[in-house]
Design a binder for this molecule. Sequence first.
Ligand SMILES: Cc1cc2nc3c(=O)[nH]c(=O)nc-3n(C[C@H](O)[C@H](O)[C@H](O)COP(=O)(O)OP(=O)(O)OC[C@H]3O[C@@H](n4cnc5c(N)ncnc54)[C@H](O)[C@@H]3O)c2cc1C
Length: 462
Amino acid sequence: MTDSISRLSTYFESIVGGKNVRRSPEDLQHLGKDWTKEFEPRPSVVVLPATRQEVQQIVAYCHRQRLPYVPSGGRTGLVGGAVAQQGEVVISLGRMNKVREINCTGMYAVVEAGVTTQQLQEAAAQAGVMFAINLTARGSAHIGGNIATNAGGTQFIRYGGMREQVLALEMVLPDGRFLPLGSALRKNNTGYDLKQLFIGAEGTLGIITAATVKLVPRPAKLATLCFAVGAFDNVLRILEMSHLSAATLHTFEFLSHHAYRMVLRIHKNLKPLFEKKTAGMVLIELDGERDAVERFVNKVFSRQLAEDGVVAQSQAERQMLWSYRELISESLSTYKLLRKGDVSISPPDIGTFLSTMRQRLSADAAQDIETAVFGHIADGNLHINFASNNPDAGERIDRMDRKMHQLVGELHGSISAEHGIGLRKKDYLALSRSAVEIELMRTIKLGIDPHTTCNPGKIFDV
Ligand SMILES: Cc1cc2nc3c(=O)[nH]c(=O)nc-3n(C[C@H](O)[C@H](O)[C@H](O)COP(=O)(O)OP(=O)(O)OC[C@H]3O[C@@H](n4cnc5c(N)ncnc54)[C@H](O)[C@@H]3O)c2cc1C
């Protein structure tokens, strides 16, 4: 085994150079996993190519030798999609990090797969435009990873997710062939849109090496508002009002009281925004004229939909308000046991979902398990997290997680809103997709990757 890994490494070194093939236990641990804690990484070797041609050579070799491999981006994934559990080769795209072009006539950017979300956001901002995807993991997540997971994020309600941003892809197929798909053209109605098959495929159908993505004008006048809301029904009434406002809805995030208190408990430098115990708070961004925003705020209070509220008066205040939302994931990661959830429910059904969930989980939920709910609620996207510092709470957390996903299925929601399926949600896939759909997905997988070398065991088993 060690011999064959040595031979493999020597071959990969001949392609990418010695320092770009990693085998130390620390590198294997670090580069063989994503943000999830529940899967133990065991890759055989990590390779870091710098060009599409190098990716092609590595993949073609794996195809010939029937060697399984895992495409790896910024490793911020939350479902174990980039985890190498069974001796796979990890192909890490981090060295392919060039922004090739920002074009404000065609309003597009051409980037390599390893460019981070933030790097593209900054390059776009420098040119006076905007890349529409925004997520807390932007400093580490790659555009390739964003495309492979069809990332959503905080501005989905206005601009859609990654699927809506991609104009063209450069793919390396599991047999090593290069497949360019699409161009910078916005209108191109020429048969099947094959690139959509690879977006959200979680690296199971090939490796994305570069992409052309849309750019959008920057919001003209963004107002950031935060309300403490007494009853959950009022969150949905404020959401409806923001859709009807003369200003354009840019963001609508919800934090349960529990999630908010948890951030305050762990980040002691943050001051409480609201003292009252409420159902939670909403963080809203509206893009529009000042009087439209004022009318909206006045209506929220005159209809008694909020207990309290804050309107950011500066960029520093805007960042301060966002920090309550953006520090939730970091706060959750301090717990010994953590089951992260990401589901979507049609917004009018969210109240029923939350109250039924509370009832059904009450037998297992105890003082030692915290349920933190937050998310991009305008898209129906809720992150439901079960966290505990009691090492014996694992079984009860498993049961709560299963019951919560079953309820999502009953309400015709989705067991994954934006994080994907990976290893984490394979067992739940049938709650959101029919047997025929899953069979068709298997057929597509086997048609493109007959030896199942490309990220095997993710999304479903073949
Ligand atoms: C704090 C925090 C906040 C987050 N917020 C959001 C959010 O708001 N919205 C959201 O959608 N997600 C969010 N996520 C999840 C995560 O950031 C996204 O799923 C992101 O798109 C993953 O990108 P990555 O480069 O880190 O991918 P990785 O974790 O490296 O990989 C994810 C999947 O993509 C595949 N992959 C990676 N690169 C490639 C490639 N070049 N070619 C083919 N396949 C590839 C991997 O095999 C794996 O299956 C968050 C995560 C964290 C930690």
